[in-house]
Design a protein around this ligand. Structure first.
Ligand code: SF4
Length: 310
């Protein structure tokens, strides 16, 4: 079994802040990642922020597994479940080129941190053929050292900043260190991507968009998180995307507040606070459909000559 992927030894994986040390040639780590890339969908997606989706869609590749694994995950079937199919590095590169041929405004890699060395190798192999921006779409739970490997390769960072309080991240994602890790990751992402650059059609070419999903019962934490964000990064240097599409999972959670939707009052109070702080960016309309943001994970666009394991 190959132990080096793009020079990285996967027999003792320390790619993400979990630093679980799994021998991925033999087993899967906390994230669910093994020795091969797994992905659940490679297709045009029209429900990202307008400057990412544009008119033709974002070329989105959803990877299976996740190093954060929040208990209420909106993509649970692929993040904590095992849905997905194996992809070789060359097949991943082909997926990217196919999305470009389909007219995608960008290549949008969703939750790929635990496959960073594989992804870097795929991008290197098509460097001369890929002419659209590369988007790194993540939970924000990223090792700054691993992120540094993406310097000069990723054009747009699209991270979440999910939790401000360690008690919350410990309870919902077994990640007490999330707030400090995410703050360091956001600083590194801004260092790499710089201030937003748009093309003539208003499509983002470079920059950082920080997403925050307001959780039911956590509006005060969300407002304090926005205060922290406004002190952490210069407001004019990035865009904020405030989200309110929280959908309770089908299986009831041991947290009463997470088994209901966000109220209009909760969302509006956080939105008003973001406006008072003077952030530039986007906010979701609470009345818009909830399900459209979560695509149908059906292996669309994933080469079918591989050994699917669903
Ligand atoms: S990427 Fe996965 S295997 Fe590697 S340290 Fe993180 S959880 Fe463990």
């Amino acid at each position: 079994m190959q132990t080096l992927i793009n020079g990285y030894d996967i027999s003792r994986c320390m790619l993400c802040p979990r630093a679980c040390g799994a021998d991925r040639t033999r087993t899967e780590g906390f994230c669910g990642g093994g020795s091969e890339i797994r992905a659940a969908r490679s297709a045009l997606h029209h429900w990202e922020e307008p400057c990412i989706s544009g008119t033709r869609g974002s070329g989105t590749i959803f990877f299976s597994g996740c190093s954060l694994r929040c208990c209420f995950c909106q993509n649970a079937s692929i993040s904590t479940g095992r849905f997905g199919a194996s992809l070789s590095i060359s097949q991943l590169a082909e997926c990217m080129l196919h999305l470009q041929e389909q007219g995608a405004h960008n290549i949008n890699l969703v939750t790929g941190s635990h496959y960073t060395p594989w992804i870097i190798e795929a991008i290197h192999s098509i460097r001369d053929k890929l002419h659209i921006p590369l988007v790194w779409n993540s939970s924000g739970y990223e090792s700054s050292e691993t992120l540094s490997q993406l310097d000069g390769m990723v054009d747009i960072y699209l991270p979440d900043f999910k939790y401000l309080h360690k008690e919350t991240s410990k309870g919902y994602a077994q990640a007490e260190d999330y707030p400090e890790i995410a703050k360091a990751a956001l600083r590194e992402m801004l260092r790499q991507a710089g201030t937003p650059v748009f093309n003539a059609d208003g499509i983002l070419q470079k920059g950082l968009i920080v997403r925050h999903l307001v959780l039911p019962g956590h509006r005060h934490e969300s407002m304090a998180l926005l205060d922290t964000l406004s002190e952490l990064l210069p407001k004019e240097a990035f865009l904020l995307s405030l989200m309110g599409q929280y959908t309770p999972p089908e299986m009831r959670l041991p947290y009463k507040n997470l088994n209901r939707r966000l109220t209009t009052m909760e969302y509006r109070s956080v939105l008003r606070h973001a406006q008072e702080l003077g952030f530039d960016g986007f906010s979701q309309d609470l009345s818009s459909a909830q399900s459209q943001y979560t695509p149908n994970f059906n292996l669309e666009g994933i080469p079918n000559d591989t050994d699917n394991n669903q």
